[in-house]
Design a protein around this ligand. Structure first.
Ligand SMILES: C[S@@+](CC[C@H](N)C(=O)[O-])C[C@H]1O[C@@H](n2cnc3c(N)ncnc32)[C@H](O)[C@@H]1O
Length: 258
């Protein structure tokens, strides 16, 4: 079955292929645009020096923040990301169909839960600590940028952009277009949007900051509300099929336009 083959290939690559040994050091994310420095404007300019405070927080559970260039600061919810999936997370999981790619998987709670449900799943993340934690929790993960070549291109049944990951790269249209190229025909993209700001479409420079004010290198990020997503989707190869809210979190399911 084609779907199973994609999932198996992903698992095999994650366990024994270039990601497990070489990709972190010499693969596309180390040498390509993902490793580009703070002044980079490309969509994957979140290099490892940018993520160091985040990785430290993943390992220690300490507080960590997204610090915007304009001075505003948002706490990153490491506790939730390292916990079991909650009701809002489960509302995404039940909508995953076929082999599922979790883009920016963090410590992997969604990947691990999908595996427990019998859904072939792969997480990708730039942060080695995130990949390590995902694998430790029973999931498969690769250290890759979403903008790098990935296993199963055009064959994933579902892709996830959870927890604000529509912000990856700081250009939601570029990220949506890239994600459309990862999905099979009529594949589904689940996006978490800014629940309280449906028209938000912000693109900005930010860095990760720890509790002592130490920061990683700046990178580009974005925030997107559901109405703004509906406006962007058609030009990026998607139609919005469904939107829903659970508690204070909001989601949209997009389907690849034929
Ligand atoms: C907001 S956190 C997401 C947390 C995650 N969804 C979870 O469940 O823990 C953003 C994640 O995206 C990753 N990331 C940033 N840029 C990326 C890129 N270009 N490709 C893949 N992952 C990326 C970060 O390392 C980080 O783990």
């Amino acid at each position: 079955m084609r779907a199973a083959a994609v999932g198996n290939a992903a698992f095999e690559t994650a366990v024994s292929g270039p990601a497990a040994s070489g990709a972190a050091a010499s693969g596309p994310s180390a040498s390509g645009p993902a490793a580009t420095g703070p002044s980079a404007t490309g969509p994957s300019a979140t290099g490892s020096s940018a993520l160091e405070p985040y990785e430290h927080a993943l390992r220690t559970g300490g507080p960590v923040y997204l610090r915007r260039a304009d001075g505003r600061r948002h706490a990153l919810d490491i506790a939730r990301w390292t916990a079991e999936p909650d009701a809002a997370d489960r509302s995404m999981l039940v909508r995953c169909w076929g082999p599922t790619l979790d883009i920016g998987c963090g410590p992997g709670r969604l990947v691990a839960a999908l595996v427990r449900r019998g859904t072939p799943a792969l997480g990708i993340d730039l942060a080695p600590a995130a990949v390590h934690l995902t694998v430790a929790s029973g999931g498969a993960a690769l250290r890759r940028s979403v903008f790098d070549p990935l296993p199963g291109e055009r064959r994933w049944g579902t892709a996830l952009l959870a927890d604000g990951n529509i912000g990856i790269g700081g250009d939601p249209a570029a990220l949506l277009t890239r994600t459309a190229a990862l999905l099979r025909d009529r594949g589904c993209l689940i996006v978490e949007t800014e629940a309280e700001e449906p028209y938000a479409h912000e693109r900005f420079a930010a860095c990760v900051e720890d509790a002592r004010g130490r920061t990683g290198a700046p990178f580009r990020w974005a925030r997107l509300g559901v109405r703004a997503l509906e406006g962007l989707a058609p030009a990026c190869g998607f139609a919005v099929r469904e939107t829903w809210t659970v508690g204070d979190r909001q989601f949209a399911a997009l389907v690849g336009a034929p």
